[in-house]
Design a protein around this ligand. Structure first.
Ligand SMILES: C[S@@+](CC[C@H](N)C(=O)[O-])C[C@H]1O[C@@H](n2cnc3c(N)ncnc32)[C@H](O)[C@@H]1O
Length: 534
């Protein structure tokens, strides 16, 4: 009989955070419990407190390695995220290779958090296809999960994992085995695999400014903010000026780390260490756009599961700028740099003294909003959770908590808050609108579409909902429908727009702001060829 109490789970979560930067919220305790049910009998331990003690003792490192695969996701695919691979194939890798050849050195690429190796082998295939030789490439792949690394080294994959690999590449780079395919040794040798904990404060094997590209995709979603920031400092130092950091499609550094510039390459958003170093800036506090933006406000294409730790909510320039209507995006070199819209700091009430029990809910909500504005997300969540517990009927508090979860990338918690509010108050438009924004954050565009349809059913004159619906349509490639919704957004501004309940950082809710953003997006769309309109 196993004893697994909540205190032990809390200690285990704290230990995983400390050792591996992994963020396990109480919602994830069921997963921890399952992992313990597997590991505790293996060690002959019946009490989870003893197991946690074991993890902390000298052999703890060994046990941690056995536990981690059970609490992290190693799902990966060959050529995962076609958009990013298009950018890699068309621009990033050829140009890095060219530059390395010009400078008489190897092109240096790091797949950080490579799981079972599909990502680095995909890169090796691309480089080989473009005529690079083994000697010209240093391709390093690391992961914390030793069994994943061992499997990656073998380079054997079941048939079902081969779907994204073209027939030509199958023939060129794989040999069939009894139950799948194996990477040919000549390509396997391209990749150096190593165990490495990305949460470690120092990477002993990494030299300053040596990498042309670092891929760290679908890894930081598990990390807490300090771990992400520390890791980004180390990545920044490891990259050459002008070199690329590629995070997962869903992962954003918006409001988390601002030393990289964001560039759009072949439709993918990538981070780049600036070529010219400016003085490093401290992470920006949250800002709110009080002025109409110089370009449309876009909920950027986001996560599959994960934190856009930040929730890259707002501002990304559109693919095309309308002639003269607003400043065009900055062009540097050959990639388009995505610059944030001009912003003004939010003016929120000063911090009241911290005696929450004595303060009114509205004051406490304003204080939480202020903390969000300062980037103190964790603290704001704590405040809001306490506020929701003491004011269970205050919808604005719940909505704000949902929004902060969403901005932090805690997608499931956000979805739950909005679902709960909608269940309690089926006519609450805000729950639908914010729920849609949270769904957009995690790439659930169909869900966002249906939530916005519900919001508009309840309040057809809500311009923001039309605007967001247009954004969703754009993402779904439904350009005609997007145009219609942008026009509707502008048209509805004839009606007074009420302020929405709940706080959302950077919500483009001022009528002029929505109007200008919609006009700008519409102009960009009108210039685009009518393709797959719906
Ligand atoms: C979902 S997989 C991503 C694989 C691949 N990058 C991709 O996008 O397809 C996440 C990987 O991150 C690894 N990981 C999680 N925490 C880590 C840490 N602290 N250090 C190194 N790797 C870690 C996991 O072991 C897992 O293999």
């Amino acid at each position: 009989m196993l004893t697994i109490g909540k205190p032990a789970l809390e200690q285990l979560a704290a230990l995983l955070l400390e050792r591996a930067g992994l963020r396990v919220s109480p919602d994830g305790f069921a997963g921890l419990r399952l992992a313990l049910k597997e590991r505790m009998p293996a060690l002959g331990i019946a009490d989870a407190d003893d197991y946690v003690r074991r993890l902390r003792d000298r052999q703890g490192e060994h046990e941690l390695r056995a536990l981690l695969p059970l609490v992290t996701v190693t799902h990966t695919e060959f050529f995962r995220d076609p958009r990013q691979f298009k950018a890699l194939e068309a621009r990033v890798l050829p140009e890095a290779l060219k530059r390395a050849r010009r400078e008489g050195r190897k092109v240096s690429i790091w797949s950080a958090g490579c799981a079972t190796g599909e990502e680095p082998y995909s890169i090796a295939m691309l480089l080989s296809d473009m005529g690079a030789s083994r000697e010209e490439v240093d391709l390093w792949a690391t992961d914390l999960n030793q069994s994943a690394i061992e499997s990656a080294r073998l380079g054997r994959y079941p048939i079902r994992r081969m779907a994204p690999v073209s027939r030509e590449r199958m023939q060129r780079y794989f040999t069939p085995t009894e139950d799948g395919y194996e990477i040919v040794p000549s390509l396997r040798e391209w990749v150096r695999f190593d165990g490495l904990n990305l949460a470690a404060p120092v990477f002993a094997k990494v030299q300053h400014a040596t990498f042309d590209v670092i891929l760290c995709r679908n890894v930081i979603i598990y990390f807490d903010l300090p771990t992400i920031r520390g890791l980004m400092d180390r990545f920044y130092a490891a990259l050459r000026p002008g070199a690329f950091l590629i995070l997962g499609y869903s992962e954003s550094l918006f409001r988390v780390y601002d030393r990289f510039e964001m560039v759009e390459v072949e439709g993918a958003f990538l981070y780049r260490r600036p070529r010219l170093e400016g003085a490093p800036r401290a992470p920006r506090p949250i800002e709110r756009m009080d002025e109409p933006p110089p370009r449309p406000i876009t909920v950027t294409q986001p996560p599959a599961p994960g934190p856009r730790h930040s929730g890259e909510f707002p501002v990304v320039v559109p693919a095309r700028a309308p002639g003269g209507a607003a400043p065009a995006p900055t062009i540097t070199g050959e990639f388009r740099v995505v610059v944030p819209a001009q912003t003004e700091s939010v003016t929120l009430p000063p911090a009241p003294d911290r005696k929450p029990a004595l303060r009114a809910p509205a004051e406490r909500l304003a204080e939480a909003a202020r903390r969000v504005a300062l980037g103190e997300f964790e603290g704001a969540v704590e405040d809001l959770q306490a506020l929701c517990a003491s004011e269970p009927d205050d919808i604005a508090c719940h909505l704000t908590l949902g929004n902060v979860y969403s901005v932090m990338g805690r997608a499931e918690e956000a979805a739950k808050v909005f679902a709960d509010v909608s269940a309690r108050e089926p006519l609450c438009v805000e729950a639908r609108v914010y729920g849609a924004m949270a769904a957009m954050q995690v790439g659930r565009n169909e869900l966002a579409k249906s939530e916005l349809a519900k919001a508009l059913f309840l309040e057809p004159t809500l311009a923001l909902a039309h605007y967001l619906a247009a954004q969703v349509s754009e993402r779904l490639g439904e350009h005609e429908s997007a145009r219609r919704s942008y026009r509707n957004a502008i048209a509805q501004l004839r009606f007074p727009q009420r302020p929405l309940a709940g706080f959302y950082p950077d919500l483009p809710d001022a009528p002029e702001q929505i109007s200008r953003a919609a006009r700008y997006a519409l102009a960009a769309l009108e210039e685009a060829p009518v393709a797959n309109g719906a």
